[in-house]
Design a protein around this ligand. Structure first.
Ligand code: PEP
Ligand code: MG
Length: 983
């Protein structure tokens, strides 16, 4: 018989922590804590498989479930000595969701289940506290009414408020037992009026209603959005946890709290948390009352006047501290725990790996390595590459003037400025238009998740460090200031005010999530320093990764940033960006508008020295690391003069009349420029453009060699190649320039010629393209565009709908479409390498900095990824994690590659970067790298060879012999030295 229910409690459990796929995170950890002998109220978990089966079978439960739940419930009754539905000693339970991956606040919870008009009296008599009993009852009806019966909770809030007014009180706690009893009656009437039936009083009906609601909530909009944002598959399902209630709201010897075993903002090894006396769990998270600190240190650091738990409940606090140590040692990770104290007795309700800022993740991982709790590879695995983004972002310039409005809690670090908006929807709309926005709310709820995601920063006026806003913002890496209580928000008037200052929607606001400060206007920011733990973690990542990380950079600033972040080369320098400089654009336009070769050459001559200087700077900054320069790529259309004044300027500069200029511009205009006159097609028609660029590259290399004594071997990259013939023409063009420069200067001009692979045809013809190209760089922006036939500039308008409707799992311009675009990449990789085994392969599309795509590139055996400078550390970490996913990685290596040129390359790069010790760890190729991987993966790997493709004799004749003998052909050279064209 299938097992659908797992019990826990009383020092043992049927589940374990490693069963989270089946029991969900919460269920697995409740089981684990029970096994550890921690005080966990008994309960049971209905597995995620029930959820999946439920949805697969038209929302029907498996037939054995009823009996298994009844048996598990009986077990709780035995342990607690209470009975579900019993009028004397009623058992009350909580019903909570618990998915495999934590989805904070996304799913629904029902507490105090099992109360009805009879059991509430039993509870009142037993506890001697009718007020407590009726308070629990009204909370239950409110939660159940909302979550299970679908009556929005604000209706109950309204009734509560009205009731308080009628009773002449302001606080909930001032309501007497009699008042609460009347409130219960009013709530029940609301249910009857709305639904035409009574609130369910039969406890089993209540239980199944709640279980159904939890499973139902897996498909609610909040959960769907959360899953989409976090890439959680729908078929994982959620588990349901049913657990005996313990009460933190039975009086002043009761409390409830949440804590992190270390500081989740900074990672500091201090016990960090908040609690509320005489309250129920949800009160802490909801931010309704101001929570108190657990420790005296925490209280002092936050200048709180309220006593710490360490002071009010010293004995219980000591127990909690011991549990903290036990949990950390057991899980070897920072834990996020929930607890309740019922009449002086401590109960653990939850533990899970705590969400943390990137800074905290880093500090915790590094310290845990130092303390011997985990090893370096585990530290590398633990940090979410994308989260590093938080550390790479600017902070407020300390010297910049600022106008401080208010101070709240430093809920999530980082600084951000933007336009004030007061609703999540507005945040989303403005952000979609490219505007930086700050979302300002009294407090946030799961309904605001889309706006929080769209915003640069989040400000709330209520709630503590564990409020919804704080937890979610930290997870998302958005700066957040929470609980800025001096600020008043008027949603109606769309204003926020502090003392006598008023800020309207649309005005600028700056947040410093690290200090909790809020400033009017925009405050300038400074770049972060990447040293200490960060640098250490990066060195660990570099030890493991097998794929190089380069950067896309064209300005000196980009190149310097890239190097600072550890880039091992420039994988793409988009030369067109250099042409948009205001001082150059006129010369560029003159060149385009020229009707003949002399006209073009005249304009190009103006550009040559500027372009040469660009390259001199790049080569100098990169100090011998590879620099890949892509020759002009964009459609000429993009450079055309549009405004009348621009046309007039060209006319004046070239001595032509305005009408002629207009006519030429009209002729050059294209209907579909991205598929038009761009890339190498420009040089097919106007070879002078690439000739000028090649000359600038070679002259710059010679100049830097002269200046520094360091030989520069530029990598010249041709864009938008469709096949061999085009590249052949480009090869001749570039080589002719090299030859001319050699002759003119007598200098040694070395370079490598390669190509972007960014069209499906190029992928298919990669075998013959590799006869000429010494390297391929996958331009996955264009490759995605042309594979999907989807405009990269316009697709944003509707791709979101594709994701929502699950036509695509995620935006293919963000993360490689592995089965489509990725398949073409694999084909190109295999075909290219079968022609030229030492072919160097990289990627320079935006995907080069996306962790999932980096993993894919590592799997298919690319030598490097190239991404924007700020994503270099992310890519380094993602690459290390890819290498640590040993079995898959080893399998990919085994399948895809004959040898690993990356080792030689990597070694060269490291030596060039002055990192000889790192280089010495690479002992090259098959001999060391792959078997080592295989050994770690437990795979038996014999020396691997890619079966050479069967090539017909005729084809063989066409293809150059890849390794030996000089290549026959107009330019000679051959094998490995083909790139090094010498005079
Ligand atoms: C690409 O197409 O992926 C690429 C890097 O080139 P660009 O984005 O400049 O077209
Ligand atoms: Mg491109």
């Amino acid at each position: 018989m299938a097992k659908w229910v797992y019990s826990f409690g009383n020092g043992k459990a049927e589940g374990r922590a490693d069963m989270r796929n089946l029991l969900g995170g919460k269920g697995a950890n409740l089981a684990e804590m029970s096994n550890l002998g921690l005080p966990v109220p008994p309960g049971f978990t209905i597995t995620t498989e029930v959820c999946t089966t439920f949805y697969e079978n038209d929302r029907k439960y498996p037939s054995e479930l009823d009996d298994q739940v009844a048996a598990a419930l009986k077990r709780i009754e035995e342990i607690t000595g209470r009975k579900f539905g019993d009028p004397k000693t009623p058992l009350l339970v909580s019903v909570r969701s618990g998915a495999r991956a934590s989805m904070p606040g996304m799913m629904d919870t029902v507490l105090n289940l099992g109360l009805n008009d009879r059991t509430v009296e039993g509870l009142a008599a037993e506890t001697g506290d009718p007020r407590f009993a009726y308070d629990s009852y009204r909370r239950f009806i409110q939660m159940y009414g909302d979550v299970v019966l679908g009556i929005d909770h604000h209706h109950f809030e309204d009734i509560l408020e009205q009731h308080k007014t009628e009773c002449g009180v302001t606080l909930d706690t001032e309501l007497t037992a009699a008042n609460l009893k009347a409130l219960v009656a009013a709530y029940k009437k609301k249910v009857r009026d709305d639904l035409g039936r009574d609130f369910p009083t039969e406890v089993n009906e209540q239980l199944w209603g709640a279980v159904g609601a939890v499973f139902g909530s897996w498909m609610n909009q909040r959960a769907i959005t959360y899953r989409r944002l976090h890439g959680i598959p729908e078929d994982w399902g959620t588990a349901v946890n049913v657990q005996a209630m313990v009460f933190g709201n039975m009086g002043d010897d009761c409390a409830t709290g949440v804590a992190f075993t270390r500081d989740p903002s900074t990672g500091e090894n201090v016990f960090y948390g908040e609690y509320l006396v005489n309250a129920q769990g949800e009160d802490v998270v909801a931010g309704i009352r101001t929570p108190q600190h657990l420790t005296i240190k925490g209280k002092q650091a936050n200048k709180s006047k309220l006593p710490a738990m360490e002071e009010t409940m010293p004995e219980t606090f000591k127990q909690l501290l011991a549990i903290r140590d036990k949990l950390e040692a057991h899980y070897r990770d920072m834990q996020d725990i929930e607890f309740t104290v019922q009449r002086g007795k401590l109960y653990m309700l939850q533990t899970r790996n705590g969400k943390r800022t990137a800074a905290a993740a880093l500090k915790i991982a590094v310290e845990m390595v130092r303390d011997g709790l985990i090893d370096e590879s585990e530290a590398v695995r633990r940090i979410e590459p994308q989260a590093l983004d938080q550390l790479l972002h600017p902070t407020l310039d300390p010297k910049a003037p600022r106008d401080r409005l208010a101070r709240g809690l430093p809920a999530s670090p980082g600084a951000a400025s933007g336009t004030v908006v007061f609703s999540a929807d507005e945040a989303e709309v403005l952000a979609a238009k490219g505007e930086a926005v700050i979302l300002v709310r009294v407090e946030t709820s799961p309904e605001d998740i889309h706006g929080m995601h769209a915003a640069r920063g989040i400000l709330t006026t209520r709630g503590g460090m564990t409020s919804h806003a704080a937890v979610v913002a930290r997870g998302m890496g958005r700066p957040c200031v929470s609980g800025a209580g001096e600020i008043r928000i008027d949603y109606q008037a769309k204003t926020m005010s502090v003392r006598n200052r008023v800020l309207k929607a649309g005005e600028q606001l700056t947040l410093d999530g690290s200090t909790g400060e809020v400033f009017a206007g925009e405050v300038p920011t400074v770049q972060p320093e990447l040293s200490g733990d960060f640098a250490l973690l990066m060195t660990w990542a570099d030890k493991f990764r097998q794929i190089g990380v380069w950067a896309n950079a064209e300005t000196p600033l980009d190149a310097r940033t890239a190097k600072r972040f550890g880039a091992e080369g420039i994988g793409l320098s988009r030369t067109e960006h250099m042409f948009f400089d205001p001082q150059r654009i006129t010369a560029v336009r003159e060149m385009i508008m020229a009707e003949d070769v002399p006209g073009r050459e005249k304009a190009l001559a103006k550009l040559l020295p500027m372009q040469r200087q660009d390259f001199i700077e790049l080569f100098s900054i990169m100090e011998g690391l590879p620099v890949t320069i892509r020759l002009l790529d964009p459609p000429l259309h993009e450079f055309l003069p549009h405004a009348e004044a621009e046309m007039q300027q060209i006319a004046t500069e070239t001595g032509k009349d305005l009408a002629a200029v207009r006519a030429r511009a009209a002729r050059l205009r294209e209907v579909n420029p991205m598929l038009g006159h761009r890339g190498c097609r420009l040089a097919v028609t106007y070879p002078e453009i690439y000739e000028m660029q090649a000359r600038a590259i070679f002259e710059a290399a010679i100049a830097v060699h002269k200046e520094t004594g360091r030989q520069v071997v530029p990598e010249v990259m041709i864009p938008l190649i469709t096949g061999r013939a085009e590249l052949k023409l480009m090869q001749k063009l570039v080589e002719d320039v090299a030859k001319a420069v050699r002759e003119e200067t007598g200098a040694d001009v070395e370079y490598r010629l390669g190509t972007m692979i960014e069209l499906p045809r190029a992928c298919l013809r990669a075998g013959e393209i590799a006869e000429i190209a010494e390297f391929f760089s996958f331009g996955t922006n264009d490759l995605t565009q042309t594979t999907y036939g989807l405009s990269r500039d316009d697709a944003g308008n509707f791709l979101d709908e594709y994701e929502k409707k699950k036509i695509i799992p995620r935006d293919p311009f963000v993360s490689i479409d592995e089965v489509g675009v990725g398949e073409l990449m694999k084909i190109a990789t295999e075909r290219g390498r079968s022609t030229r085994p030492e072919l160097k392969l990289g990627i320079c599309g935006e995907h080069g900095g996306d962790p999932a795509s980096v993993r894919f590139c590592a799997m298919i055996g690319l030598d490097y990824v190239s991404c924007s400078p700020y994503r270099v550390p992310i890519a380094r970490l993602a690459a290390a994690q890819a290498a640590l996913q040993v079995p898959e990685y080893a399998a990919a290596v085994t399948k895809g590659r004959a040898k690993r040129p990356s080792d030689d390359r990597h070694k060269r790069v490291l030596i060039a970067a002055g990192r000889r010790s790192a280089a010495s760890r690479i002992s090259g190729g098959v001999a060391h790298g792959r078997p080592q991987l295989a050994a770690r993966s437990g795979m038996a790997v014999s020396p691997v060879t890619v079966a050479p493709k069967k090539v017909s004799t005729a084809k063989k004749a066409r293809r150059a012999p890849p390794k030996t003998g000089p290549k026959k052909g107009p330019k000679g050279g051959g094998g490995k030295s083909r790139g090094r064209r010498k005079k």
